[in-house]
Ligand binder design. Structure first.
Ligand code: NAG
Ligand code: NAG
Ligand code: NAG
Ligand code: NAG
Length: 408
């Protein structure tokens, strides 16, 4: 009797605990909106931080390591600096110890674990401290003790005017998806669907349920052995998302490209990564040239008329000569018949009423990474980053399935 009462109590306790949990963790994980600032082509999300639920519009950067935002007027009773030398500082890979000689406030504390947020628009690295506070989302998920860095808004140079920070989604211990996965015991997965123009896309963190597009194709995420962050410890791999593009085809025909550009060497040079910061895909000059040539030729075969190019593009076409189809570009991936097909809306960009251009730019002869797949090529394409099985799944253009990122 005593033991069965004990068991009953035990089950009740579990029930209470798990239902308490459920209030905080909808089965859908954490869902955040994604907007596009049309002036800068930056994609941003909106979250609430701290006890006063301060709104932060953060530019989404798949290659950045953590959340950081301006906290000039931030006040929160749940804000805490992360002390240097602490376990949390070690997890954050903090560098050094930050101090501040002004009156104490969020972003200005002594003995604080050193953070190095990076501004990719200005190529500037800042020296700040790590703190933690609670994040709230519109779908009522509360993530407590989320590490981030904050500082003065004057450092937000190059950001869309609506933005007050940056949400880094790289493969680090303190990025939001990893924190959500650890805190709520969810798989470390997130899906990103960035809208074109006025749409509202979404980020699903924690393997949430969303309308799965018909055809998701998967490919392994691979590790670049050398960090691509401006500051790192010798031996650190890159925490950005690389995929193994084997070749590139235009209308089904492979381009003549030296495979050494597509592989990553022991210095971490070469290969293909995904970036939400570059607005157009950037290619090594030795890939850009054959791609442009092949696309212009294939377009001519389809009676699409080339016209004078508009910088930074080098292949442009008369809008009125373009019917519904344009040449396809395939990024060929490992496996049998696996490729990422880039269709019309993702391959061309309209620069004015009469001119559309091939939306790829020349990265010169010595870029660190040969192919950086940029925002324009990712719009209205659902991307699922599964860090449990280290793979990327993508839908290709949802527009072809009569859908878009505003509808997933
Ligand atoms: C591309 O990004 C830059 C900032 O990095 C921005 O100034 C520019 O307007 C963008 N181009 C387009 C066509 O959106
Ligand atoms: C940090 O320590 C210095 C030296 O002890 C002190 O002058 C300063 O006010 C402290 N700053 C903060 C923000 O507490
Ligand atoms: C586009 O073409 C029309 C008709 O040919 C012309 O009147 C107009 O000036 C052109 N616009 C631009 C921006 O070139
Ligand atoms: C496309 O989607 C819209 C809105 O969901 C719907 O009204 C329309 O019937 C769909 N068209 C096709 C061809 O499926």
């Amino acid at each position: 009797m005593a033991s069965s009462l004990h068991t009953l109590f035990f089950f009740l306790a579990i029930f209470i605990c798990s239902s308490g949990y459920a209030a905080n963790v909808p089965s859908n994980g954490l869902v955040l909106p994604v907007g596009k600032d049309t002036k800068t082509s930056q994609y941003y999300t909106t979250l609430q931080m701290g006890s006063n639920h301060a709104t932060v519009n953060a530019v989404i950067d798949l290659g950045s390591q953590f959340l950081w935002f301006a906290c000039d007027s931030y006040a929160s009773s749940t804000y805490n600096p992360i002390p240097c030398g602490s376990k949390k500082c070690e997890i954050a890979k903090g560098i050094g110890c930050a101090g501040c000689n002004l009156p104490p406030r969020p972003g200005c504390t002594n003995d604080t674990c050193g953070a190095s947020p990076y501004n990719p628009f200005e190529n500037m690295l800042y020296s700040e401290g790590f703190a933690e506070d609670t994040l709230y989302s519109k779908n009522n998920v509360k993530v407590s003790e989320l590490p981030f860095s904050c500082f003065q808004s004057e450092y937000l140079i190059g950001f869309a005017s609506i933005a007050t920070g940056m949400l880094g989604l790289a493969r680090t211990e303190i990025s939001l998806h990893k924190q959500v996965a650890n805190k709520f015991k969810l798989p470390d997965k997130f899906a990103l669907c960035i809208p074109s123009d006025k749409g509202v896309g979404k980020i699903y963190i924690g393997g949430g349920r969303y309308t799965t597009p018909k055809s998701l194709v998967s490919t392994p995420l691979i590790i670049n052995p050398v960090s691509t962050y401006p500051i790192y410890t010798e031996g650190d791999p890159s925490d950005e998302y690389f995929i193994d593009v084997k070749s590139i085809r235009v209308n089904g025909r492979p381009l003549a490209i030296k495979t050494s550009y597509l592989t990553i060497d022991e210095k971490g040079v070469g290969g293909t990564k995904i970036s939400t910061i570059n607005n157009f895909t950037v290619l090594h000059n030795s890939i850009y040239k054959p791609l442009t040539r092949a696309f212009v030729k294939a377009a001519a075969n389809m009676k699409i008329k080339s016209i004078a190019a508009v910088a930074p593009f080098r292949a442009c076409f008369s809008v009125e000569s373009i019917s519904s189809f344009v040449p396809t570009i395939d990024l060929v991936l490992p496996g049998k018949n696996v490729y990422w097909r880039i269709h019309g809306a993702n391959s061309l960009v309209k620069v004015n009423n009469n001119v559309s251009c091939l939306a790829f730019v020349d990265g010169g002869k010595e870029p660190r990474t040969s192919v950086v797949i940029g925002g324009h090529q990712l719009e209205d394409d659902l991307l699922e980053f599964d860090l449990v099985s280290s793979k990327l799944s993508f839908s290709s253009s949802l527009l072809l399935q009569n859908s878009s990122c505003s509808r997933v």
